[in-house]
Design a protein. Structure first.
Lengths: 271, 259
């Protein structure tokens, strides 16, 4: 629903309108062009040149991403943040076109706040998951044009629900898949999925039993492995001392792990 | 009839009287700046009167719930779109009130064939230091009162909202004596509840005309708190997150002043 009936436009705008709809009403947010029949035959090549991963561990959910941003075969930036905080208990990690992904994260962040402020209650986890799904669906016209594909992971912690830690990955059309243990997307993800599957089933302990240091170790090893075979994944830049970005979300909220801590674990159990 | 200037003035005067009567029952609201942020407080039994507008801005309101809701939505929409298109740092209470709310209220008030807003709003925006806090009251006719926009004026670290002018004035003179920006949180809550009591005692035809003594205030406070709930919220100065608004529960407020 894009517009409310004109009679209600002024007085009830907040009651049922979500934030993206408000932005569109004010002309501040572009909906992707609709697909027409002639686009039908075009093949769509997913370009998600990065690696992000997330898994549940004993302290909540850990989300990690490498720092490399590429344009074709060129590395354009080596300190990109692909793990973004959306609210106190939600993290979105992005693979795909940064411009679209960061815009999406901004819209999402404001959507949750806007909902809480106007409706005077927190948006439910399902509502949040669905909000991202809708943004992806609305963006699909751009994806088909070959600009703007985004494939995110969404992790959140809701202490009133069971299980409290929730983890989802999405496809480019907006379908959401809830996972029990781990998720990975981006060009380096096949290697990462292999590692996480292996660790979860035959490792020292299942992922959900790992403490924080062990979880960081697994995340760093997985990203380093992905970087080994995928040019678009930065992994760990040993020379430049650039480490992946790792955040955890738990009952207390989101923690960005300090670089020194990651460096320490890296030195001890990865390098 | 209102084509004649005199009639228009008369219509406006009638309308003002009508609105004042409609607002007369509203429970006062107090906003106090202290070291840790800004405290909003009111006492009541009915609906919610304190609201989060944006990261650093909160609002308290008395009036008709429907009108409050419309104004609240306007404020949230404006702040949210500004914060989204530019940045949270560009959302300012001063601009929100002066450029958007005040003109809307004024034109609704003066267009005598349409309905005015039956609402009086109190806003505060928390800064990084108490000197940067801003307090602002927007009335149903679009009039704005601030805590010290004029250079010569001494800054006040509080603002009040009440149904009647005498009540608001008594609350202000009470707070001038009893509150300073360096107060602790429990002292700030006490001052807020007492200021609310002063304002509440001054409401109505037979309300207090002068500042009551402290025994009378404390008696009134105890009577009221036994029957009603405390609604309070803070805008935290240094919370480590972008969102500074936090609603306080009735128990939280009562326990911080020792029951």
């Amino acid at each position: 629903m894009d517009r409310l009936p004109a009679a209600f436009d002024q007085s009830f705008s907040g009651a049922s309108e979500d934030f993206p709809a408000l932005l569109r009403r004010k002309g501040l947010f572009q909906r992707a062009p609709d697909l027409n029949a002639s686009d039908g035959g075009r093949s769509f090549v997913p370009t998600e040149s990065t690696t992000i991963l997330a898994f549940k561990f004993s302290g909540g959910v850990l989300v990690a991403g490498d720092r490399r941003a590429t344009a074709g075969t060129t590395v354009v930036y080596d300190r990109a943040d692909k793990v973004l905080e959306i609210d106190r208990h939600s993290i979105m990690a992005i693979a795909g076109v940064p411009a679209t992904a960061w815009e999406m994260a901004r819209v999402l962040e404001h959507s949750f706040q806007y909902f809480r402020r106007t409706q005077l209650q927190e948006m439910s986890v399902d509502g949040k998951v669905r909000a991202l799904s809708k943004l992806l669906r609305d963006n699909f016209g751009f994806v088909m044009q070959g600009v703007g594909v985004v494939v995110p992971i969404f992790a959140t912690y809701d202490s009133s629900a069971k299980p409290a830690a929730r983890l989802y990955f999405y496809d480019a059309m907006g379908a959401q898949f809830e996972v029990t243990d781990y998720a990975a997307t981006g060009s380096g993800s096949p290697a990462v999925r292999g590692i996480l599957y292996y660790e979860n089933n035959w490792g020292d302990k299942p992922l959900q039993k790992l403490n924080e240091d062990e979880a960081i170790t697994v995340a760093l090893r997985a990203l380093d492995t992905a970087a080994e075979g995928d040019t678009s994944t930065g992994g760990v830049d040993r020379g430049g001392k650039i480490f992946p970005l790792i955040k955890t979300v738990s009952r207390e909220g989101i923690t960005t792990l300090p670089e020194e801590k990651i460096a320490q674990v890296f030195k001890r159990s990865v390098a | 009839m209102i084509e004649e200037p005199y009639r228009w003035v008369e219509a406006i005067a009638n309308r003002r009287e009508y609105i004042e009567t409609q607002l007369a029952a509203g429970s006062p609201i107090v906003a106090l700046g202290y070291g840790g942020g800004i405290l909003f407080l009111t006492v009541g039994r009915a609906r919610q009167k304190l609201f989060e507008i944006y990261d650093r801005i909160a609002m308290g309101a008395i009036g008709h719930p429907g009108d409050i809701e419309r104004l609240r939505m306007i404020a949230i929409e404006l702040a949210s779109t500004e914060g989204f298109t530019r940045s949270a740092a560009d959302v300012s209470l001063r601009r929100l009130a002066h450029y958007s709310l005040s003109p809307v209220l004024k034109s609704a008030f003066e267009q005598v064939y349409g309905a005015p807003f039956l609402a009086r709003l109190l806003f505060a925006e928390v800064g990084s230091q108490p000197e940067e806090d801003s307090f602002l009251r927007v009335d149903y006719d679009g009039a704005i009162a601030t805590n010290g926009a004029a250079v010569s004026q001494t800054r006040q670290h509080f603002a009040v909202l009440s149904a009647t002018k005498p009540s608001a004035e008594l609350m202000e003179s009470f707070l001038k004596k009893e509150h300073s920006a360096s107060a602790t949180f429990p002292d700030t809550i006490k001052a807020a509840i007492d200021a609310w009591s002063v304002g509440h005692m001054a409401l109505g035809e037979d309300g207090a005309k002068e500042l009551p003594n402290s025994a009378a205030i404390s008696k009134h406070r105890q009577e009221q708190l036994a029957a009603s709930g405390i609604e309070a919220a803070v805008l935290e100065r240094n919370s480590g997150t972008a969102i500074r608004y936090r609603a306080l529960s009735d128990e939280e407020v009562r326990s911080s002043i020792g029951g």
